[in-house]
Design a protein around this ligand. Structure first.
Ligand code: GAL
Length: 527
């Protein structure tokens, strides 16, 4: 049933998938590895990473683990910390209660036996969250309906131990299948949906939701959860229909900081199916109207704003009704712009180019979401398979990550955390590339000079410089050139290779690079 639903959704919402360059050949990732890993290993001295701005709401619980690379132990100190917040000097976790509305400029210092680093962070206490794209982990594409509390705890452990949290990954998000289902192959996921008070009951693999979020929070990380506005989720588990406020309050009481709200079976209600409740508007038979698309998200968005917790609101409805035009207006912080990327991993460049068409709607607190980063060990979305090492060519993985960073897309890794390898971490954990993603301007890159084989994507950064991706989608190496006139700049400009973290020198008029097949060269250009 759930597979059918997911398959149905993918067929319904996605274009026909052309044969791929890699899945048909079933190539071994190792044979595609570049002769060198792009990202240099972290240095022993501290390097503070993470966003320069952080949004939160007054009076709510505050939790922020300072992302910082370098040999531990590291000793942290912070100047300008408002009252109500305290720092744990050895873990770098800032916690407490969000101060009154206003901007608070912090100066963070990290010191170890090898050196020190200093970085600013502006806490913006107001009504906005997710001032930079959310970063974290989501279980879906590795564990599907096999997910357990234990696996989520392990994911949180690995986020810390692998160094991912040190470059900014912070959300640990449960996807579908944590609730009970009316029917399922696994009897341990079948049981009462709600208790006598109508409160949702997690299935037996999630015996203690509060214990789980406490575990995640103790590491300075945040926790995410998933449901649907319909009666059933896409996996056929219990949804929030007619229990929206009760469920949202339950999620907050459990301690969740992020909610993915997945359309799924709500389509039936929105197109005039029997909602069993005269108070729930229906929009006539057939495709929902714009109001029909918006209704459940506005309902939940309004509820989340009233909670005494900051909950980032992730709309998942595959781009219907041009969600990028109104997702922010209904309280969303990010919205999927297309169907499940798990079905289209061979079309990364196409998906990205389509997503970038909505660039004008990308801004701090409101992000276009082309779906998760699926590299390393991931399960086949068509059969919800056991994770296998992705056959995606190595250079394409660097291109994938570059595109998501240039587009200011949420950076949510969705592979098997227990099998993270050096190469996958090398793609996921380059702080200079991630800094482009987290840039406070929140711009989504603009595609310029596109040919069949190559294109440029340009993103303006807050310091006045530009990040430029020189992409080659072809199967052979190609020279790609960026002219200063195309960037509306002139004179001598410094060019820095962001993946290798290396200045390439000063260039007059243009920069050209040999870009590997299906790969990228990503540079920062500025005086
Ligand atoms: C899909 C959604 C996926 C995943 C799945 C769970 O609709 O796009 O990201 O959440 O449902 O069943």
């Amino acid at each position: 049933m759930k597979r059918n639903l997911i398959l149905y959704l993918s067929l319904f919402f996605l274009a026909v998938i052309p044969l791929t360059s890699f899945s048909s050949e079933k190539s071994d990732q190792k044979s595609n590895l570049p002769s060198e890993l792009y990202t240099p290993g972290p240095k022993p001295e501290p390097r503070i990473n993470g966003p320069l701005v952080y949004g939160c709401r007054p009076g709510h619980p505050f939790l922020y683990r300072i992302p910082c690379q370098g040999e531990r132990p590291i000793s942290f100190s912070v100047k300008g910390l408002p009252s109500g917040l305290k720092l744990d000097a050895s873990t770098g976790i800032i916690s407490g209660i969000v101060p009154a509305k206003g901007d608070y400029e912090l100066i963070i210092q990290a010191k170890n036996s090898k050196g020190k680093d200093i970085r600013k962070l502006k806490i913006v206490s107001g009504d906005k969250l997710a001032l930079t794209p959310p970063m974290g982990y989501n279980h879906w594409y590795a564990h599907y309906d096999r997910i357990t509390d234990q696996m989520m705890r392990e994911a949180a452990d690995v986020l810390i131990n692998s160094g991912m949290a040190d470059v900014g990954y912070q959300y640990v998000n449960i996807d579908d299948c944590w609730m009970n289902a009316p029917k399922n192959n696994d009897p341990k996921r079948v049981g009462p949906i709600r208790n006598a008070q109508g409160n949702i009951i997690p299935n037996s693999y999630f015996p203690d939701m509060k214990g789980l979020t406490d575990y995640i929070h103790a590491k300075g990380l945040k926790a995410g959860i998933y449901t649907s506005p319909g009666t059933l989720t896409c996996g056929g588990f219990a949804g929030a229909f007619k229990h929206e406020e009760q469920d949202a309050r339950q999620f907050a009481a459990w301690g969740f900081d992020f909610l993915k709200y997945d359309w799924c079976s709500y389509g039936h209600i929105a197109s005039g199916g029997s909602p069993e409740d005269k108070n729930i508007p229906t929009w006539g038979k057939g495709a929902p109207t714009l109001e029909g698309y918006q209704y459940p998200y506005k309902l939940m968005g309004d509820i989340l704003k009233k909670l005494d917790r900051d909950v980032v609101f992730n709309l998942c409805q595959y781009g219907m009704g041009d969600v990028w035009k109104w997702g922010g207006g209904v309280g969303g912080h990010c919205w999927r712009t297309s169907g499940d990327l798990g079905f289209e991993l061979d079309r990364i460049f196409d998906v990205a180019l389509k997503n970038s068409e909505h660039r004008e709607y990308s801004k701090p607190g409101e992000w276009n979401d082309p779906d998760y980063i699926q590299i390393g060990w991931i399960g086949n979305a068509n059969n919800m398979g056991i994770p296998e090492l992705t056959p995606m060519p190595a250079n394409m993985q660097y291109a994938y990550m570059s595109l998501w960073c240039l587009m200011a897309a949420p950076l949510i890794y969705s592979g098997d955390m227990s099998k993270l390898d050096e190469f996958t971490l090398n793609v996921l954990c380059n702080p200079e590339v991630i800094e482009v993603n987290q840039d406070p301007l929140g711009e989504c890159g603009l595609v310029i000079k596109k040919s069949d084989q190559t294109f440029l994507m340009v993103k303006n950064l807050v310091d006045g410089s530009k990040a430029v991706g020189l992409f080659n989608r072809g199967k052979s190496e190609a020279e790609v050139e960026v002219n200063w006139s195309e960037l509306e700049i002139s004179g001598k400009q410094t060019v820095r290779d962001l993946w290798r973290q290396k200045d390439l020198g000063k260039y007059q008029n243009k920069y050209a690079a040999q870009v590997p097949a299906q790969g990228v060269v990503m540079v920062k250009i500025g005086k």
